[in-house]
Design a protein around this ligand. Structure first.
Ligand code: FES
Length: 157
């Protein structure tokens, strides 16, 4: 939350936001992992934007922090290293390539399965990067693995 103080300067009030790192460091490394309220989150810096998602893939819990980012159908996506599921960085949608067998010459097209991976709001303030705590009144498929790996020591494989 940003608000003006009596002196007229704008101050940051990180209200429950979780500090995940320095803006410059994440811009350099392009990705980091962090714990946000006990859950593993990956923060990517890609083409000038920060994106935060649950780090455990909604399919079977694969480590998205170790995946490659690919541009698919004009959208930056993370490809899970385990079984190559494709998830959009912007919305957490799972994409799949489907064909319509009724077309004269069926061509695969990317389609959405809906939002499968929980994304997290990122706030950059004063050189610091913050992630908002998740709103658990809404659920996503990735929550199962976020819970399963919650408070696990390591973010490795
Ligand atoms: Fe990510 Fe299977 S665990 S694709």
């Amino acid at each position: 939350v940003l608000h003006s103080s009596s002196k007229g300067t704008v101050e940051a009030e990180p209200d429950g936001l979780v500090l995940v790192g320095k803006e410059d460091d994440i811009k350099n490394s392009q990705r980091i992992t962090a714990k946000v309220n006990g859950r593993e989150v990956v923060v990517f810096y890609h083409e000038g934007k920060f994106h935060a998602l649950d780090s455990r893939c909604y399919h079977e819990g694969g480590p998205l922090n170790l995946g490659e980012i690919e541009d698919i159908d004009g959208q930056p996506c993370i490809v899970c290293p385990w079984h190559k599921y494709v998830i959009t960085l912007e919305t957490g949608e799972g994409l799949y390539e489907g064909i319509n067998p009724l077309e004269p010459s069926p061509t695969p097209r990317w389609q959405s399965k809906g939002v499968k991976q929980r994304i997290h709001k990122v706030t950059v303030n004063n050189g610091n990067v913050y992630v908002s705590p998740p709103d658990l009144s809404v659920s996503f498929d990735s929550d199962y693995f976020a819970d399963k790996y919650k408070n696990n020591g390591d973010l490795a494989l």
